[in-house]
Design a protein around this ligand. Sequence first.
Ligand code: FE
Length: 345
Amino acid sequence: MLSKLSAGKQRFLAGLSLSVSAIVSAPVFASNEVNVYSYRQPFLIQPIFNAFTRDTGIKVNVVFAKKGLTERLVREGRNSPADLVFTVDIGSLEEVVSANVVQSLNDPILEKNIPAQYRSPTGQWFGLTTRARAIFASKDRVKSGDITNYEDLADPKWKGKVCSRSGKHPYNLALIASMIAEHGDAYTEQWLTAVKTNLARKPQGNDREQVKAIKDGLCDVSLGNSYYYGAMLTDEEQFEWANAVNIIFPNQSNRGTHVNISGMSLTQSAPNKENAVRLMHFLTEDLAQRMYSEQNFEYPIKPGVQASGLVTSWGSYKADARPLSEIARFRPDAVKMVDRVGFDN
Ligand code: FE
């Protein structure tokens, strides 16, 4: 019947039905939403939020930012529209805790899905994914077994062969904090000083740029988060960088590889708390956990969920079992140590 109408009439009718459904659904959405502040990037998190909305009818409004979200939450205080804040790294998780902008949540589902070492003992933050701080080593110049521990990076045999990003980057600070937790201050400072002595160049760039430097022959080993290996292997330009290195999971014969997390916290204000908790549950269940791994090559935090095929192909590894909340306690010491050693100079 529609086909008998003029094109103009059809457009009018289509517009009308659109606006009618908008009117009908608007009040539902207004009370049925959840507001998220996110340091995580849209490409990663948006498809997962879309799946949640399809499942529940709850709309997810997201503010993405590279920095300043904690300050914004402080500024907005009790009137903040935010329900959840999504962070990467224990550094920023602890930052929202000390800024007093998040609340504690005791929740049996989250406690079942997330191993205790990857959530705050007081329920103020919860891990969503894990990533290993791996060693990348030249396929051509580093033989299998030549380097197996973080401690080995201090060995004089690597003089002039180590590349690193800034010691003050959160990923390195967390690793250094885990070294302090394991070995104490004195040993770790010696270690860090020796690693600095082994550097091929002044710390610069990000994790991937160190791998490129290995490919270019500037150095032989570097530290990097595991998901960047996946990101490079699936990138046309960067494939060659990744293809020049092996990924090594350090400390397998002792405490295990240092692992960090991306995570989430319920804000102090949380005007839509019930919906927020539903989203938190959804993100720790199998579907979302799998999507994170497919999308960004991270490891699911929920035990028993398979990582993506590519991630699985790197082999399994033993993770350091020390709770991240304990490692986080040594982070301020790590910051001072990087300065004292002059790691970035
Ligand atoms: Fe990263």
